[in-house]
Design a protein around this ligand. Sequence first.
Ligand SMILES: [Zn+2]
Length: 330
Amino acid sequence: MRAIHAAMAALLALAVVGCKVTTGTRATPLGVSVESTEASEGTQVAMLDEGTGESTSPPTTVVHADYGTDLDMDAISDMVIHISTKIGPRPAGSKGLRRTARWIRAELADLDYDAEITEFTLPGEMTGMNVTAATPADGPRLVLAAHMDTVRDCPCANDDASGIASMIEILRLVKERGLDTEIPLQLVFLGAEEEIEGFEGHGYSAIKLMEQMPEAERARMGAAIWLDKLGRGPDFLALVIEGTDNSASEMVLDALGDGEPKPEVKTVPRWSEEMAFEDAGIPTVWLEWAKDRHLHKSTDTWESIEWDHVAAAADATLKVALAKAWVDAE
Ligand SMILES: [Zn+2]
């Protein structure tokens, strides 16, 4: 805990001081050079704690870096850090999950959005919940989905705080540009996607979401992008379920144009969370960076998140939203 506090203090110092020196550049999957920056005062703050032997270095590639996206990566990283450290593990039905749902509702309220928390009963009688919100624009919606729940004892910064934070920041940017009355988006934060006792496989809350959603709302779901594990691993993937319409993955590739990096489209067997969407006839693509070595471990912490990976996946999603490709396809 102490290391986290020190790192947060250093982060705060960076934010307050805001003075930076360029220490070098490095290549990123986005194909841009990222300036590694550090604040001299911030560095001093970090160095004060060096005697403890704990890692206190500030996340120098998070603050002020240019990741080649209009999205505010500082805001995304702040949210990932909050969810994974201040809330921590959040298994389905737990206090952590409830806190996550309320925190998301509060974040969306700051953007003048009324998020709805829908409860349902989990196998084993605990209370599960999903959170949804939508822009006021008319027409078929692009659904963005991420999951709030985690396996036990996992801060799960990557899986899936990275998806949650990206969705909130995408909504903020769309609203800031005054486009939320033109771009129909629905945000879906799912509360029981990991394995739970009494249910085989994944995706309990997605099934509940589809059951509980009023038919008129469901009928407006035009396409869906699942954002899950955006921040670690070597392979950027767009997963499509075997035998289903691949229009959603094409939408992502089209929106990216010549932009890099492009996710590799992979077909996966009928499996997992997004099946509930496909079963309802909603073309769905699942974006992730695959082969995260910290997956479902207590070591899935924010410190080792590769923010350029998050930027790539979130920016691809933003581009789909701005292009309104799913509306033209109707
Ligand atoms: Zn996940």
